[in-house]
Ligand binder design. Structure first.
Ligand code: AMP
Ligand code: TRP
Length: 357
């Protein structure tokens, strides 16, 4: 007997169409870091099992700040290689480079015409980044960055009539951009007719914010953290161990969770728990009375067990660039199929004249 269709299966009748997932990451570093991995990328890998997945390396976003062209090209490939190395399967998921699908920029333009100036000005990430660079060093592209992000997401909308959700796995710091995306989708639907499904942020609990190893009050971040504060996925085992052993801990010697008084140990406990899948109380019990040294030594091993295979696979993928390029071409082709269709609908709804043949 055929299985009863799930609520998401409504469009095609017989085959259940899974929900969609879309996410993006900037190619602005030589390696992803532990915050990226636990806050977002690990979810990307897991979600491809239950979703139709689109994952993009957002090079258009990367040029919102000054950049070096050769470095951008290199980092785009390294980023893509790491995604495959982490377990994103090119046979099931579309991994692609944003600039390979020009509809991203095109939809961003349309959405920017629906965004209020003040509304864009309230984005905290823009305020943070632009205050560091000053007005003359801040591009208009940085200002409209979240609108391009909204376009990235909404291009992959399922048909609103199909009842399929659209999910976006990101870290906590992206919540406001997701809210803007929902607002723009709603506004478009209201003005031009039901076109977009409102996306849901998919933010992991607990690991949503990993902090700097040297400054446990601040987020682990490629732009703000010192090299000693950040754990790179592609880090060599020796330096990786050292950084963990030298991570700032707190006065006292007990391994206990306390966000206020023991921010350093708390961050390490979160990392340990997220990587090993052990609860924090179980870890506290395991290390009761054993001090910080043993705890850090074991944590370093847990981190290396996760990252070493990823590092090795990444290096192997980067050894055969033609193969990597082919994987990305396949991803772009799949993404284009959806993006082109969405954009046709958008053009029609907005009132653009169709091009004659
Ligand atoms: P970024 O490196 O800022 O471009 O971020 C890429 C992705 O990683 C986004 O989804 C962020 O929310 C997530 N992310 C970045 N840093 C952290 C962190 N320290 N903790 C958790 N998630 C993070
Ligand atoms: N702004 C996101 C970040 O800094 C990157 C991003 C661009 C993104 N486009 C996206 C994330 C679409 C999710 C969906 O991490």
């Amino acid at each position: 007997m055929p299985e009863a269709p799930t609520p998401e299966a409504s469009d095609a009748g017989t085959t259940a169409a899974p929900p969609r997932v879309l996410s993006g990451i900037q190619p602005t570093a030589d390696s992803f870091h532990l915050g990226n991995y636990l806050g977002a990328l690990r979810q990307w890998v897991a979600m491809q099992d239950t979703h139709e997945a689109f994952y993009c390396v957002v090079d258009l976003h990367a040029i919102t700040v000054e950049h070096d062209p050769e470095l951008l090209r290199r980092r785009t490939k390294v980023a893509a290689a790491q995604l495959f190395a982490m377990g994103i399967d090119p046979d099931r998921s579309a991994v692609f480079v944003q600039s390979h699908v020009p509809e991203h920029a095109e939809l961003a333009w349309v959405l920017s015409c629906l965004t209020g100036f003040g509304e864009a000005g309230r984005m905290t990430q823009f305020k943070d980044k632009s205050s560091k660079q000053g007005t003359s060093g801040t591009s208009v592209g940085l200002f409209t960055y979240p609108i391009l992000q909204a376009a990235d997401i909404l291009l992959y909308t399922p048909d609103p009539a199909a009842g399929r959700p659209l999910r976006v796995p990101v870290g906590e710091d992206q919540r406001q951009h997701l809210e803007l995306t929902r607002t723009l989708a709603q506004r478009f639907n209201h003005r031009f007719g039901e076109t977009f499904v409102l996306p849901d942020a998919h933010i992991p609990e607990g690991a949503a914010k990993i902090t700097d190893l040297q400054e446990p009050g601040a987020k682990m971040s490629k732009s703000a953290s010192s090299p000693q504060g950040i754990l790179d996925v592609l880090e060599e085992p020796g330096p990786m161990r050292k950084k963990i052993m030298r991570a700032v801990t707190d006065t006292g010697s007990e391994v206990v969770y306390d966000e206020e008084k023991k921010a350093g140990v708390t961050n390490l406990l979160r990392i340990y728990s997220a990587l090993e899948g052990t609860s924090i109380p179980d870890l506290e019990a395991r290390y009761a009375g054993s001090g910080y040294g043993q705890f850090k030594k074991d944590l370093a091993q847990v981190v290396l067990d996760t990252f070493t295979p990823i590092r090795e696979r990444t290096l192997k993928l980067l050894d055969d660039e033609d193969h990597l390029d082919r994987l990305l071409a396949r991803g772009a082709e799949r993404a284009s199929e959806v993006a082109v269709r969405t954009m046709e609908t958008v053009r029609e709804r907005v009132g653009f004249v169709g091009r004659g043949r």
